[in-house]
Ligand binder design. Structure first.
Ligand code: UDP
Ligand code: MG
Length: 338
């Protein structure tokens, strides 16, 4: 087995397909088969970068077996489960194609669209992003919450982040270089790509059900991604907090004046209910406002640590052992142990 430390710098390949994989062993071989076919049809040089995001099943072994057998495959094993967006970032950092396709391992987004997307990019676009026109096998709840989230995000953020998109997209090297240069750790990659701008184009397609296994985005992780997106792309919640705080502060002042006047006029009555209500309302507003502050403060704290985004445990590739130097250490994303 060939393990390497150094990654080649430079753009010596026409295409990279980057796929984060977490507990996907049932689908990896099919993924490899379909992606390889799609890439071969392009008739250009390519690589398939498979990132194992700390899976607990046989995903890693399968990826490494593929990388051993086929020099087009680069297998990257992360040191633990970092989550979808970070695993994807690792692949994007290490890939070296002039064009890059992001794909999920579950084949919900058909690799066969590579050809048409490449053709679209030839028209002069920097990013061709998949727009889900139809989505098979997803619950109404997921569709409804996703639509609500994108509408809210659209209103709160000044960056136009298109609704009904995922990370399935083709981008060119200049876009990827900008993306890789963003150091933030709360990564909402589809939003970051929108933020970059340049020439972007939607590519409508039909999203299928999973080929195998089940989703790794339960409600809890969807919520975390939504909060990451919201806090990364908007300070509107902070503004909301201060406006809310201001409004209730003024109301409190007015009530204070009223109370003092009433006291001066000798009209004080035993008023437990009103007193308790005021305390409860003010208390909860304060907690809400503090909570929103805390959410941003916590993120600033985590960013301030400047830890590497990910640590790589091992890379298996038959081509990269002979080539290259530099790129890997320069990026300081973490040490690689061969
Ligand atoms: N994934 C990952 N790390 C995780 C969770 C998911 O690398 O912690 C990968 C997963 O293997 C898949 C992609 O991210 O390739 C999208 O995940 P999934 O299909 O579960 O999400 P959904 O399509 O249901 O939103
Ligand atoms: Mg999926």
């Amino acid at each position: 087995m060939a393990s390497i430390v150094h990654i080649a710098d430079g753009l010596d390949l026409a295409l990279s397909v980057v796929v984060p994989c977490y507990n996907e062993d049932a689908g990896i071989d099919e993924l490899y088969r379909r992606v390889s076919t799609a890439c071969e049809q392009q008739g250009q040089t390519y690589e398939i970068v498979l990132i194992n995001d700390g899976s607990s099943d046989a995903t890693c072994a399968r990826i490494f077996a593929l990388a051993d057998a086929d020099h087009h495959v680069v297998g990257i094993d992360l040191a633990r489960n970092y989550g979808h967006q970070i695993a994807l970032s690792a692949g994007l950092e290490l890939c070296r194609g002039a064009r890059i396709l992001i794909l999920d391992a579950d084949l919900q987004d058909p690799p066969e669209l590579l050809g048409p997307m490449m053709a679209k990019m030839d028209e002069g676009y920097d990013v061709v992003y998949g727009l889900r026109e139809e989505r098979d096998g997803e619950s109404w709840f997921k569709l409804a919450t996703a639509s609500l989230f994108y509408r809210l995000l659209g209103r709160l953020s000044s960056v136009g982040i298109p609704a009904n998109t995922g990370d399935f997209r083709l981008m060119n090297r200049r876009t990827l270089n900008h993306l890789n240069a963003m150091p933030e750790r709360y990564r909402f990659i589809r939003g970051m790509v929108s933020w970059i701008g340049l020439r972007q184009c939607a590519f409508p397609y039909r999203r299928h059900s999973r080929f195998a296994g089940k989703t790794h985005y339960p409600l809890r992780k969807m919520l975390i991604l939504a909060i990451d997106a919201m806090t990364s792309f908007s300070v509107a919640p902070l503004r909301f907090a201060s406006h809310f705080g201001l409004a209730f502060g003024l109301l409190g002042m007015a009530t204070l004046v009223y109370t003092l006047v009433a006291w001066g006029l000798g009209q004080v009555l035993p008023g437990w209910t009103s007193l308790a209500s005021i305390m409860l309302i003010l208390g909860s507003v304060q907690l809400l406002v503090l909570g929103i502050f805390g959410e941003y403060l916590g993120r600033m704290y985590m960013e301030a640590k400047r830890r590497p985004l990910f640590i790589i445990s091992e890379i298996v590739s038959r081509t990269r052992i002979e080539t290259g130097h530099g790129h890997w250490q320069d990026t300081q994303k973490g040490p690689a142990h061969g």
